[in-house]
Design a protein around this ligand. Structure first.
Ligand SMILES: NC(=O)c1ccc[n+]([C@@H]2O[C@H](COP(=O)([O-])OP(=O)(O)OC[C@H]3O[C@@H](n4cnc5c(N)ncnc54)[C@H](O)[C@@H]3O)[C@@H](O)[C@H]2O)c1
Length: 345
């Protein structure tokens, strides 16, 4: 078990761009137990933006290696919000420096790197948390509770989806971005937005993956990887799962973010609404949950995990399992056989 952090957790934020602003809201909300004390980014504009949001962070760096060295014992942990290809190197450096780690998805972009990370985290004894923020969605938590309580009996099939038209009609949202490049992205849409429905599926299925088959397309976005993926998954407990995810079209009408069929009924829902339809009934019951900012919840959970010395909801093992599913989906998709899902010319 990793050592506990006494008092307020002091964090060095590595990558101060888009999503770090959502993490920033968590540092602000839970300032009694976690504080961002150092920033790192190669962009002066993004350092300023994040520092302003957080009420002024004077320790600023352009290189995380320098940050780890110079901050020394002044930080307990790092929060990594970098482009995907930089996650693995930053995690390995942070683990070598003895810092606890929260890392945005994906953990890294290859299984070899994932195994190196598993070794490094184990050896250094730090805590690693995968930033799987959608696990904090009330519908996901309640669906999991209902499944575990046997409300729909044995689970037979489940689906997890996340689809939207990125950039709207006629836009080119990824122009010049690291997301358009299969190397820096580590693939296409599936390893980015599609990563969320993937870990939700694994969480709800509650068993290891036996086999994966993917199909991919690039319909709208000007990126090297796929913009749409459909993945079939067989779990070792016999459950069948599927993932649909896209930057080309919205959630298919009448379908949901999660849908689970069991022997005694079904559970389905999106955003803050969850339905339960017992077998043999025509009309589902419906429950609405109040909005939860899942990024704030994630930062609060990271602080609790470090202060109480407990295991995070998802760690290295789950980070590796999601990555393996995504890479296998790409390798099995005809015409998209490379690890990075790039469609051959
Ligand atoms: N959980 C979610 O819903 C969600 C949403 C968006 C992004 N993300 C994840 O967050 C991560 C970052 O995505 P983003 O949208 O914030 O990207 P971004 O491009 O807005 O931010 C990345 C930041 O990293 C900085 N950077 C690049 N190279 C660097 C280096 N060598 N050293 C230091 N800083 C460097 C960039 O200047 C930029 O500020 C990705 O892993 C992405 O998948 C998660």
């Amino acid at each position: 078990m990793a050592s506990k952090v006494n008092g307020v957790v002091r964090v060095g934020l590595i990558g101060s761009g888009g999503i770090s602003g959502a993490h920033g809201l968590g540092f602000i909300k839970y300032s009694d137990k976690i504080k961002c004390v150092a920033l790192c980014d190669v962009s002066a504009d993004n350092l300023k933006k994040r520092s302003d949001q957080l009420g002024g962070v004077s320790k600023q760096f352009n290189d995380w290696k320098v940050m780890l060295k110079e901050m020394g014992n002044e930080i307990d942990a790092v929060d990594i919000c970098l482009p995907h290809n930089l996650h693995g190197p930053a995690i390995l450096d942070a683990a070598a420096a003895g810092k606890h780690i929260l890392c945005e998805k994906p953990m890294c972009t290859s299984l070899a790197e994932a195994d190196q990370i598993a070794d490094a985290v184990k050896k250094s004894g730090v805590t690693y948390m995968s930033a799987h923020n959608q696990l904090f969605m009330p519908v996901v938590q309640e669906a999991k509770r209902m499944i575990d309580a046997g409300v729909i009996g044995k689970v037979l099939w489940l689906r997890s989806q996340d689809c939207f038209r990125a950039g709207g009609e006629g836009g080119d949202p990824f122009k010049g971005s690291w997301r358009a490049n299969a190397k820096t992205q580590g693939g296409g849409e599936l390893i980015d937005t599609g990563y969320h429905p993937s870990y939700r599926l694994l969480y709800l299925a509650g068993a290891p993956v036996e086999s994966v088959h993917g199909a991919m397309g690039r319909y709208v976005q000007r990126i090297e990887g796929e913009d749409t993926a459909s993945v079939q998954v067989k779990f070792t407990n016999g459950v069948i799962g599927e993932i649909l995810t896209s930057w080309a079209f919205p959630l298919p009408h009448g379908t949901h973010h999660i849908h689970i069929m069991g022997e005694k009924g079904e559970i389905f829902g999106s955003s803050n609404t969850l339905y339960h339809l017992p077998r043999g009934y025509d009309q589902p019951s419906r429950r609405n949950f109040s909005d939860v900012n899942t990024f704030e919840a994630e930062i609060g959970h990271f602080a609790d995990v470090l202060r109480e010395g407990k295991r995070p909801i998802h760690s290295v093992e789950e980070g590796r399992a999601v990555l393996e599913l995504i890479l296998k989906a790409g390798q099995s998709a005809e015409g998209w056989q490379t690890t990075a899902h790039v469609k051959p010319a």
